[in-house]
Design a binder for this molecule. Structure first.
Ligand code: PLP
Length: 396
């Protein structure tokens, strides 16, 4: 018997990937320069040179050493490199994090899936802040839990803490956040995270079981003139999911980690639960070559200037035309109001001008589109006449 849930996910596909596939086919048909594909979060910024140098060096190692299995949680030296980096950036005083608190994964998608499988039991609920990265719902359901959507504050797109509080039940296992946020580009303020932490502490006591805060942070390094708070400083029961897909432009290489901070009261049971979730899900180990790359490149800076330049060109161009959007504080997405209530209809109209944003319905709300500006600068500049023509078509 085919698993019906798996069949449904495979048959329906991710709308982001469907649009990206359409974009690739359309480019082959009419020329890449004539299609403005803003759908998928694939960085156009190249990986740092140090990554290539690290790979070249790794290739001089004996093949057995290079390509062999690593421990399931990752090479001790790679985990230590990550822990040392976290300590340099976030620990106050003595080193807080050690290699034993880290589990290397195949990117943030795996980190999230593993963490959810570590903390959820059948029938549990996990709260997400809408609009949210659509795969969260898939990962939550795969962990046997129900995805509970809570709308972000409509004016600020910060977490609506009162609404989260109202949505927490005795079945709530975790709340998931991502800041800088995909798709709206919000960075949650320290006061906002503190208010959420207070509610989670109170609800943990009220219901007599831990409620975890899962902080998904693939965009941590991409923030414009704003500090991204370190969530474990606010809430002991935080689990951090990270990847180098965006910060080092390595989305196809599948490398990231899960951090179980030692301040977490359940740390000593959570660490094996994370490892067990990985084992259960068949994650044998993260790619060995890229674990070695981490040892050399964990502190390589992200080319934030390229995204800042894109953000400026896109926001200035679109506001000159008249479009309304949320000013992004981080990540590389612009959340823009559709010119009609039905975001899918707006998308279809945009498509006829060779513009490919992602309609907001798959992120859990309607009336908006997400424009990924991790594309080349030229794509943004060259797309402006099409955005103007799309605008004009609504004014006629
Ligand atoms: N979380 C968010 C918010 C994302 O935007 C993405 C990818 O775009 C992921 C997780 C998955 O990241 P990865 O490619 O590292 O699995």
């Amino acid at each position: 018997m085919i698993n019906e849930q798996s069949y449904a996910y495979g048959a329906s596909k991710s709308s982001i990937r469907e649009i990206a596939a359409y974009g690739a086919a359309r480019k082959a048909e009419i020329g890449a320069e004539n299609v403005f594909d803003f759908s998928i979060g694939n960085p156009s910024v190249p990986a740092p040179d140090a990554v290539r140098e690290s790979i070249t060096h790794a290739l001089t190692l004996p093949a057995i050493a290079l390509h062999g299995y690593t421990p399931a949680s990752g090479l001790p030296a790679a985990r230590k490199a990550v822990a040392d980096s976290l300590n340099r950036r976030f620990a106050s005083g003595n080193d807080t994090y050690s290699a034993d608190d880290l589990y290397l994964t195949c990117g943030a998608a795996a980190s999230i899936s593993i963490v959810l499988n570590a903390v959820c039991n059948a029938g549990d609920e996990v709260i997400v802040i809408a609009p949210y990265f659509p795969e969260y719902a898939v990962f939550i359901q795969n962990a046997g839990a129900t995805c509970v959507e809570v709308l972000a504050d409509a004016a600020t797109f910060q977490i609506d803490v009162a609404a989260v509080e109202a949505a927490i039940t005795e079945r709530t296992a975790a709340v998931m956040i991502d800041s800088p946020n995909n798709p709206v580009g919000a960075v949650y303020a320290p006061e906002n995270i503190e208010a959420l932490a207070e509610v989670l502490r109170a609800k943990t006591v009220e219901f007599g079981h831990p409620i975890y805060l899962i902080s998904d942070e693939p965009y941590r390094e991409i923030a414009y003139d704003v500090q991204v708070p370190w969530v474990p400083d606010f809430y002991d029961r935080t689990l951090v999911c990270y990847s180098y897909s965006k910060s080092l432009s390595l989305p196809g290489e599948r490398i990231g980690w899960v951090l179980v901070p030692p301040t977490n009261p359940e740390h000593d049971r959570l660490v094996p639960a994370v490892a067990g979730a990985g084992r259960k899900m068949g994650f044998v180990c993260a790619p060995a070559l890229f674990q070695r790359v981490l040892i050399d490149c964990v502190d390589e800076p992200t080319n934030i200037e390229a995204y800042a330049r894109n953000r400026k060109a896109l926001t200035e161009g679109l506001s000159r035309i008249g479009y309304e959007y949320v000013e992004p504080q981080g990540a590389f997405y612009l959340w823009m109001k559709a010119l009609e209530p039905d975001a899918n209809a707006f998308f279809e109209r945009a498509k006829s001008f060779e513009l490919l944003p992602v309609p907001s319905d798959s992120f859990g709300c309607t009336g908006w589109v997400r424009i990924g500006y991790c594309v080349s600068y030229d794509t943004i500049v060259d797309s402006m006449p099409a955005w103007q023509a799309l605008w004009d078509s609504y004014r006629q």
